[in-house]
Design a protein around this ligand. Structure first.
Ligand code: NDP
Length: 292
């Protein structure tokens, strides 16, 4: 039976550490890190995410700036807001909640954010920095997965890792981070042949496909560490919906050495890493080192 990795507890501890770092930055340098979150439109899931981000930012002792724009906002108006936030010294991190309405070019908006304030790590410059192994801003979800893996396994060097999914926000940056940790990395996607066999070779299996319970127990190498990024809403037995991951937890938990549950695994790490990145950005912008 696998060890169940408690991402909720890990994220809580990380937020406490961040809160202590923020207190030190205030006391020693008179710096209060600030995060601006921009939401365009009324997407219900995005509204929940933005509310949680603002709440946790304040709880960590940081400043939170929320900008809610109507669904028919033009790209020009959104770009004007980003220019304003780029120039505001009290804003150290900027996050534009995705998805954006279709009249707005997402790439143009993401690339308008000052790369030093790009706490989501989606600016092309930060994508490039990660690709060459240079210091930059790292996307929150893959960063959270890496923290959980290092906590579970220690040194990742030489391990066989398989990343299932090649999106720009999860799969590709995840693969780059594992490569940086000296894993031997395979990236699998919808055209991969013999997918189950590929998965069975992995000491570390990251599932980020968005297909409910797709990865079965017999796809997993006995003792492997499984990180389930997927968040899928499916119908439950009681007529209500419930969340499941991309891994079939019940069969996987019998084979894996360690596994993240859904919910309570990777999910809580994403916002904690956003706060972590905001502190990183504030420290770099002020030229001070991050408190221990
Ligand atoms: P995308 O839809 O952008 O990417 C999915 C990837 O999975 C693609 O690369 C696709 O391949 C691949 N894929 C799809 N179907 C198959 C298949 N049958 N066999 C093999 N590969 C397949 O998803 P995201 O990366 O944005 O998200 C993945 C999951 O992670 C989702 O469930 C999402 O909700 C969740 N998520 C969770 C977060 C968190 O905070 N925990 C944050 C972000 C995402 P191809 O490229 O060939 O089409």
């Amino acid at each position: 039976m696998a060890h169940i990795i408690d991402g909720k507890a890990f994220a809580k501890q990380l937020r406490l550490t961040i809160g202590a770092q923020v207190a030190t930055l205030k006391a020693d340098h008179d710096i209060t890190p600030g995060l601006a979150v921009v939401l365009v439109g009324e997407d219900p899931a995005s509204q929940v995410y933005v509310r949680n981000k603002a709440k946790q930012t304040l709880e960590a002792g940081m400043r939170s700036f929320e900008h809610r724009l109507s669904a028919n906002t033009t790209e020009i108006d959104l770009l004007a807001l980003i220019t304003e936030l780029n120039g505001d010294p009290s804003v150290n991190g900027i996050l534009v909640q995705l998805p954006l309405p279709e009249q707005i070019n997402t790439e143009a908006v993401l690339d308008a954010v000052d790369p030093d304030k790009d706490v989501d790590g989606f600016h092309i410059l930060n994508v490039g920095r990660l690709a060459i192994g240079a210091e930059g801003m790292v996307p929150c979800t893959p960063l959270g997965c890496t923290m959980l893996l290092k906590d579970q396994l220690g040194d990742l060097s030489g391990k066989q890792a398989l990343v299932l999914g090649r999106s720009n926000i999860v799969g590709k940056p995840m693969a780059a981070l594992l490569l940086k940790e000296h894993c031997t990395v395979t990236i699998a996607h919808s055209r991969t042949r013999q997918l189950a066999d590929e998965c069975r070779r992995a000491d570390i299996l990251i599932a980020a496909v968005g297909r409910p319970q797709m990865v079965k127990g017999d796809w997993i190498k006995p003792g492997a560490t499984v990180i389930d990024v997927g968040i899928n809403r499916v119908d439950g037995n009681n007529g209500k919906s419930r969340l499941v991951g991309d891994v079939d937890f019940d069969s996987a938990v019998e084979v894996a050495g360690a596994i993240t549950p859904v919910p309570g695994g990777v999910g809580p790490m994403t916002i904690a890493c956003l706060l972590h990145n905001t502190v990183t950005a504030a420290c770099r912008q002020h030229g001070v080192s991050r408190p221990a």
